[in-house]
Design a protein around this ligand. Structure first.
Ligand code: IMP
Ligand code: MG
Length: 190
């Protein structure tokens, strides 16, 4: 503790403002978990997290569940390294669990253009799950290009590039405990 006080917070100095605090996120995630507890009791859903950005949301959501649920992850994106969606789905790591007849909840960090989830949902529906729903921490509707929405939404999000609580900019800032907007100078440096 004594030493960490002397270390500059490399993440926080790049944040222009906080959009959703740790407390707000914690409370909202608990509400979503309660809803899933009610709707999926006895159904043993497969909670399918989309890495990497989902990991804090996923972990907090799972700890709020008091029903049996199976865990798995896949790595999929329609993004390159930058901030613009390519519209092409890449499944880098697939789930090896058979989805046929299962109740599946896809968990994502943010829906922006909707490309990733739209393409992924269609792909997973081919595997004939009993049901397929989407939980997303953030919902950015301003730039939606596909007709897709979350069934469980943490927060509606303004049209800014946000980081923290799993969300990254160029692979960084995922470990911020809240969701914030980066200072413009951070983008301009790159
Ligand atoms: P979509 O395909 O445009 O809906 O993008 C979904 C993915 O883009 C998310 O899983 C994120 O990885 C990334 N993304 C979109 N908007 C943001 C943002 O504001 N901050 C960080 N990542 C974002
Ligand atoms: Mg992502």
């Amino acid at each position: 503790m004594v030493f960490s006080a002397m270390v500059e917070n490399e993440l926080e100095k790049d944040v222009a403002y906080v959009l959703f605090t740790e407390e707000q996120i914690k409370a909202r995630v608990k509400e979503i978990a309660d809803q899933i507890n009610e709707e999926y009791a006895g159904k043993d859903p497969l909670i399918l997290g989309i890495l990497k950005g989902v990991y804090p949301f996923y972990a907090d959501l799972m700890r709020g569940l008091i029903i049996h649920a199976e865990t798995d992850f896949l790595i999929a994106s329609s993004y390159g390294n930058g901030t613009v969606s390519t519209g092409v789905l890449k499944i880098k790591k697939d789930t090896d669990i058979d989805l046929k007849g299962r109740h599946v909840i896809i968990v994502e960090d943010i829906i922006d253009s909707g490309n990733t989830l739209y393409l992924l949902k269609n792909e997973l529906l081919k595997r004939e799950p009993a049901s397929l729903k989407i939980a997303t921490l953030l919902n950015k509707t301003a730039r939606r290009e596909r007709p897709i929405d979350g069934d469980y939404i943490g927060f509606d999000c303004c049209d800014e590039f946000v980081v923290g609580y799993g969300l990254d900019y160029a692979g960084k800032y995922r470990n911020l405990p809240y969701v914030g907007v980066l200072k413009e100078k951070v983008y301009k440096l790159n």
